[in-house]
Write a protein that binds this ligand. Sequence first.
Ligand SMILES: [Zn+2]
Ligand SMILES: [Zn+2]
Length: 440
Amino acid sequence: MWSVKDQPKITVGIMDRQTEVAGRLRGNYSGDEFGLVSGRFSAKTEAETIVLVDETNHEICRSKSIKLAGQKGSTFSLFNVTIGNRFHWERTEDQTFQGDLVLGLQKGGTIVAINEISLEDYLISVISSEMSGDAPMEFLKTHAILSRSWVLAALDRKKKMNGKSTPVSKTTERRGEVICWYDREDHELFDVCADDHCQRYQGITKIISKQAEDAVRETCGMVMTYQGEISDARYSKACGGLTEEFDTAWGNRRVPYLKSISDASVPHRPVTTEEEASAWILSNPEAYCCTKDERLLEKILPEFDRETKGFFRWVVEYSRTELEEILREKSGFDFGTLQEIVPLHRGPSGRISRLRIVGSKRSVVVGKELEIRRFLSRSHLYSSAFIVKAEAERFVFHGAGWGHGVGLCQIGAAVMATRGFSAEKILKHYFTGVELKRIY
Ligand SMILES: [Zn+2]
Ligand SMILES: [Zn+2]
């Protein structure tokens, strides 16, 4: 269990595997091997060392690792940071940060740019960049506790592994079977990345909302715990009415506080058979995340996610040839003529964790939920809670929810906040048996 006197600092990887890093220092920065520096800078590698120069190309220092410590109130910008990595909206922008800048040498002679910052300042930025300041206050507080628990649980795990990095994602590729999942691999040179892989972080590039700041300050040091350990706080966009269990998305273990629950004021029975899955997905049950409140959705989803409509119940349709093409491209297998898509195992929310795809040339079993979503869409299907109807050369997918559905349902939590539930009530609704505790 973490016990810290002061709030911890964390290292966030902003730019990875760069041949050159350039930016601007506003205010004074200093390092072990040099005095005060300011203004434009750039860094390149030369003979397994990083060479840092100022705007007149004058060398500031050379080393395998360079730390630029900012004086109070100083900020730095990095030019051409890639955001939306691997997403359809990937682009670059200049970003600005508080705290210190660390440049590190990576294998293969590239540079990583890291922002070292206090955890609470990091959280203010995460909450500001993940949702609008107009979101309900109890929802912002819920998210602050959630994100803080998530980071500290990840640091805890790293500490237990003594800095050894062991990949936790896993692939088994036996004959005709592709079962894999993508968990959060620990980054070697920093604690978290700035991407959706960990949590979206843009420093102070965007306006920091006063509400996000208040939500973080009011919950300072507060985390979710289960039997004395900080909880592994998972979350996704919308569960669809029932939350999912850990092993439908990741490794084969049970996490006691990540149980499937009814995301409503009334109980919903977990899905156990194909008939129940079909009835559940085709119904429109009462649920906190079943909302069409556009104004609320705009407040809790960043602008690039807003295009996604109809996430509670959805329909996606393909012609047979189109789906064959997608499958060939995404799986790398040639199925021939697509014949059948058969769910082999579902979790309690209806999400499929093993799916058989049958074609004239081959039959493949795919899992878990994310790989299934990847196989069946040009990007990703909203969720793996779907039923498939094959109709005259067409495949129609009727689905429920958005994301893996494990842990907190973000849209459901925001709706609960508008109905007067406190952050504590919301977290205890989604995470069975957890306690809230202030650890600093
Ligand atoms: Zn990451
Ligand atoms: Zn939900």
